[in-house]
Design a protein around this ligand. Structure first.
Ligand SMILES: C[S@@+](CC[C@H](N)C(=O)[O-])C[C@H]1O[C@@H](n2cnc3c(N)ncnc32)[C@H](O)[C@@H]1O
Length: 306
């Protein structure tokens, strides 16, 4: 997700994006840490590097885990982890899929072709090397549709940061990983743009994930939101070969599958609404407790006055 520039925070004016970024950064850092502590096999990969800020954060987290956790927990399965950084280095592609062309962010021009263009591959490598030795990161330049199928087949991933905005880009990033069995058991996937397009399941990362879940029968835990736009999942298993959609031109099967995708999308939306409702209820309960305490104090004060 690209953020508008904000003037420096002051003591009086809290930094809006500062708080948001902190939550996402903590979630990313924690995801790497989780991969090490829970011995999840595989490397760390980021789809969409732009400024290199989250890439540098991931590099910092890997270096800290190597330094602090590996000696403590002994030989960590799947460590030391390498950081894979993938980007076109040309910004966003042209929105071609209907789900992207009709998406509110694309229609409003927020996500246009060549926007979100960031630093060069050389600068990115340099930025990341401040934290992690060069041999431990790989910068891969090109469109995901070309680069992801070319990743070494034996490489698996424990932590996947998907920060590429569009529906098609998300499918291009994750599709080959599931098809080639490169998502490790217990891997974390963090979607940076989950709530973009007003959180509609018809667009962007929500639509891409719901389709992938159906296509590969992915079993996962929803680990909840981080920041205003992001959400995290942990993968427990999936089928490598895609479950056929309307195989043999079977229109009935295709319609059934589409309906199933719609149900999955609505189920996700319902779960999110329930979660928000539970949050509000907890806030209300806390406020009610506070009110009761204030009333008690008030009554006690009045008694003392009499
Ligand atoms: C919102 S930015 C990423 C922000 C970044 N994580 C940061 O910390 O600044 C989205 C990035 O995804 C890249 N991108 C989107 N779709 C892509 C695709 N299909 N192939 C390659 N790169 C893509 C863009 O070039 C852009 O750099």
């Amino acid at each position: 997700m690209s953020r508008p520039k904000e003037s420096a925070p002051t003591a009086r004016r809290p930094s809006l994006w500062g708080a948001e970024r902190r939550q996402v950064f903590e979630a990313l850092y924690g995801s790497v840490q989780y991969g090490y502590c829970m011995q999840v096999e595989g490397d760390v990969i980021e789809f969409g590097t732009m400024s290199g800020d989250t890439a540098a954060l991931l590099a910092e987290a890997i270096a800290a885990c190597d330094r602090l956790l590996a000696p403590r927990y002994g030989p960590v399965h799947g460590a030391p982890k390498t950081l894979w950084l993938l980007d076109s280095f040309k910004g966003l592609p042209e929105a071609e899929a209907e789900a992207d062309r009709s998406a509110p962010h694309v229609r409003a021009g927020v996500w246009a072709a060549a926007t979100c263009r960031g630093i060069s591959p050389a600068l990115l490598a340099k930025k990341v090397a401040r934290h992690l030795p060069r041999a431990r990161s790989r910068v891969v330049e090109g469109w995901f549709s070309d680069t992801v199928p070319q990743l070494p087949a034996a490489t698996r991933f424990a932590c996947i940061h998907v920060d590429c905005d569009l529906y098609a880009s998300t499918v291009d990033a994750l599709g080959p990983l599931f098809a080639r069995d490169q998502v490790a058991d217990g891997a974390v996937i963090l979607f940076d743009d989950w709530n973009c397009n007003r959180a509609s399941p018809l667009y962007g990362q929500r639509k891409a994930w719901n389709e992938l879940v159906l296509r590969h029968r992915i079993r996962f835990s929803d680990e909840g939101r981080c920041g205003i736009a992001s959400r995290r999942f942990i993968v427990h298993g999936y089928e490598r070969a895609p479950v056929p959609v309307g195989a043999g031109g079977d229109a009935g099967a295709h319609a059934a599958n589409a309906a199933q995708a719609e149900i999955a999308a609505l189920t996700t939306a319902l779960a999110e609404t329930r979660r928000q409702l539970a949050e509000r209820e907890a806030e209300l309960a806390a406020a009610a407790t506070e009110m009761a305490q204030i009333r008690q104090l008030h009554t006690a004060a009045r008694r003392r006055q009499r």
